[in-house]
Ligand binder design. Structure first.
Ligand SMILES: Nc1ncnc2c1ncn2[C@@H]1O[C@H](COP(=O)(O)OP(=O)(O)OP(=O)(O)O)[C@@H](O)[C@H]1O
Ligand SMILES: [Mg+2]
Length: 299
């Protein structure tokens, strides 16, 4: 909600679970019954013109199914699914039946899915060790029905925090590329790209640009554009809600009219700024919150 507010978007919120948690752990979860969740969605739909939808933790198979039904029927548009299965502080936030419902029902109705690396492994059943694995997992998630997959690298080591975006062939590739080549000037292939492709095929086209501290590379793998977003890794304990922030910012920028690829790039910039902004503070005993409201820049 802080992210949406910071980006000038009103949030009509539907609660999916009551949790007992602090900055270090989640100690208890009481899921909201699917009928109550659906009533909240029903009222929001009757009250507002919903422009985009961010789906966070769902907690139960029933809740996943209910949201999938709403997405499939088109009631809730532009569905950004953050598959909250494993967070920084808790390994299992939904059971196996719930995970199957994500795979079989919610992903096919998603415009964007944003797993972290452990979640990408659980959803695809493959091990993800590096950028190449992130790209392959993203491609499998697109095979499973998501139009666009963003595999987030916050949990990987290294001096950069890299996210890999894979777009389905049915998604308008031209829009994706236009969004990157903002000044209409394709640039030369970038030798420094950290993503090496196992296929060994030479990419059909590569564009890259630097934007603030974000390094963006697009690789056309056969008919699927892959976009690699690299930000410097911030050395900080304050990474609470980074994933929630990224997916909410994608929804916010889409609500404001950006294309999905533009929204993902701006969201990555937003979360990077929020992590940098919070790196100097101490809030809570565990992983502290990040600076979505730009307090650091204002003080
Ligand atoms: N230390 C860091 N420095 C820079 N960027 C980071 C850092 N940690 C995470 N990110 C970025 O934050 C975003 C969220 O990624 P992450 O993998 O942490 O998601 P997550 O595990 O779902 O988060 P959460 O713990 O909120 O569920 C990604 O864009 C990732 O690259
Ligand atoms: Mg997460």
């Amino acid at each position: 909600m802080r992210t949406l507010g910071a980006l000038g978007v009103h949030c009509a919120c539907a609660l999916t679970a009551v949790t007992a948690q602090d900055t270090a752990k989640v100690s208890a979860v009481l899921p909201v019954p699917a009928a109550i969740l659906d009533s909240q969605i029903e009222l929001a739909l009757g009250d507002f013109s919903i422009l985009a939808t961010k789906v966070g933790m769902l907690a139960t198979e029933d809740n996943v199914m209910r949201v999938a039904d709403r997405a499939r029927s088109g009631d809730i548009p532009k569905v950004i699914v953050d598959p909250v299965i494993a967070s920084s502080s808790s390994n299992s936030l939904i059971d196996e039946k719930g995970i199957r419902a994500y795979r079989e029902h919610l992903l096919p109705a998603a415009l964007v899915v944003t797993p972290n690396i452990p979640e990408a492994e659980i959803l695809t059943g493959m091990a993800v060790k590096d950028g190449e694995g992130m790209a392959r997992a993203g491609s499998l998630l697109v095979d499973m029905g998501a139009a666009v997959a963003v595999v987030k690298g916050g949990h990987a080591g290294g001096s950069n925090s890299m996210d890999v975006v894979v777009c389905s062939a049915s998604y308008d590739i031209r829009i994706a590329i236009d969004a990157l080549v903002q000044d209409g000037r394709p640039v030369e292939p970038d030798e420094t790209t950290p993503l090496s492709h196992a296929t060994g095929q030479s990419p059909e086209g590569v564009v890259s640009q630097s934007s603030t501290s974000l390094h963006i590379t697009t690789i056309m793998q056969s008919d699927r554009p892959e976009i690699v977003l690299v930000a410097p890794r911030v050395h900080t304990r304050n990474t609470r809600g980074t994933g929630c922030t990224l997916s909410s910012a994608i929804a916010a920028y889409m609500a404001r009219g950006d294309t999905v690829v533009d929204a993902i790039i701006k969201a990555k910039q937003f979360v990077t700024r929020a992590i940098v902004g919070a790196s100097g503070w101490t809030l809570g005993r565990g992983n502290g919150p990040i600076d979505q409201l730009g307090w650091n820049e204002r003080s």
